[in-house]
Design a protein. Structure first.
Length: 390
């Protein structure tokens, strides 16, 4: 819901981190049903053919933002959802100019897995696969080994695992055949450490291809207790493949690599690649600063070196498309419950401004709701409800 054009004076109500998803909200007609009713919700969505369409893999494509994620309403969420943050002192550059006319929703290309590579940098060459000697380059060369649908590749500012700085003084640089780094596999929510360019093909075959996908619905797991990996799926290109098991014990690690869980409860990814568009390089630090301001009082902010369980990790990543809609933000949220691992949702937003950050934390990060669906929602997935935007 877009903010009112009328100027309002209000007291900012403190955010309450009482539950990983925020305070238990009432349910409006476009909200999630309680967890035990996931099958009923999936059945209801199937019947709404005007708002959803059934894919060949059994998932649903949500034709409208409200069918993908619940939207905030004043009746359910209070008046705060109608207003941008009034205490925001962070502002985008004065001559900030982005596309405000295009319809955003439903135009992103679907993806099945996301691989984030730690580089310690916030900007890269135009195409990160052209970073000579890097793991990103190796992933590009091993693209034919990827199975189970599209793999999204992002370079990130995640620190290099051995603590070396980007301006390395030993003459080797940050990339090279013997330079090890870490990668984060999503939606599996798993770190793989010790990765060198020469390990990438084994990483793809032994870890990435056997990790869960965005299009593996958790509905059956929620309702029937069916273990992950017992159903077949069809990727967006129509190739049938067995859905992977999410258990760490099933992943085959090449020698020298190690696996560990990602401890964060939520991840926020911000495009910062100035070589693609200066607006991304300008907006990402400003958005992070404002997110941090709202997360710190909740003890939810985690900096790049903070591995405490829970909280929100904020990472800068390379180009994801749509830089004319800066700032681009992807919010990954862990699935609820103990019976599954990994991300349950990814909410992809655009046209994000610093004054949006308070409500993005309050409603989107903590509750999975969208405040400005028509203006900001590009798409995403909800594995817990078996719905995607593509």
């Amino acid at each position: 819901m877009a903010p009112s054009n009328t100027t309002h004076t209000r007291s900012i109500r403190p955010l309450q981190p009482t539950h990983p998803n925020g305070t238990t909200p009432q349910h409006s007609q476009n909200d999630h049903l309680p967890p035990h009713n996931h099958f009923a919700l999936h059945h209801t969505l199937r019947l709404s053919s005007d708002l959803t369409s059934l894919r060949s893999d059994g998932l649903l494509t949500a034709k409208t933002p409200a069918r993908l994620f619940p939207t905030t309403t004043a009746e359910v969420d209070g008046e705060d959802c109608l207003h941008d943050c009034e205490s925001c002192s962070t502002h985008l550059p004065r001559k900030w100019d982005i596309d405000e006319d295009d319809k955003l929703y439903g135009n992103i290309k679907g993806w099945q897995r996301h691989l984030l590579v730690a580089t310690g940098k916030t900007d890269w060459v135009r195409d990160v696969e052209d970073e000579k000697g890097s793991v990103m380059e190796a992933v590009g060369k091993a693209a034919s080994a990827v199975q189970g649908g599209r793999l999204m590749l992002s370079a990130s500012n995640i620190p290099l695992p051995d603590g070396r700085e980007v301006s390395d003084e030993d003459g080797m640089g940050i990339y090279g055949p013997e330079r090890r780094t870490s990668v984060l596999v999503l939606p599996a929510w798993k770190w793989v450490d010790g990765v060198r360019p020469g390990d990438v093909e084994g990483l793809i075959k032994g870890v990435v291809n056997t990790a869960p996908t965005n299009t593996f619905s958790l509905v059956a797991v929620r309702t029937n207790g069916i273990p992950n990996g017992t159903s077949n799926g069809t990727s967006s290109n129509g190739d049938t493949h067995p859905e992977p098991n999410t258990s760490s014990s099933t992943l085959t690690l090449p020698p020298g690599l190690s696996l560990r869980p990602c401890n964060h409860r939520y991840l926020i990814l911000l495009c910062s690649q100035a070589t693609r568009d200066a607006r991304c390089g300008q907006s990402a630090p400003l958005i992070r600063r404002e997110l941090e301001r709202h997360l710190r009082p909740l003890n939810l902010y985690r900096d790049l070196h903070d591995s405490r369980p829970g909280g929100v990790g904020i990472y800068f990543i390379s180009h994801v498309g749509g830089h004319k809609y800066s700032a681009n933000m992807m919010v990954y949220r862990r699935a609820e419950g103990e019976e599954v691992e990994g991300a349950g949702q990814c909410i992809w937003l655009a046209r994000v401004r610093p004054e949006d950050c308070e409500n993005i934390v309050r409603y989107t990060v903590l509750q999975g709701k969208i405040v400005k669906p028509e203006r900001q929602l590009r798409g995403g997935f909800d594995r817990e409800r078996g719905v995607v935007s593509w």
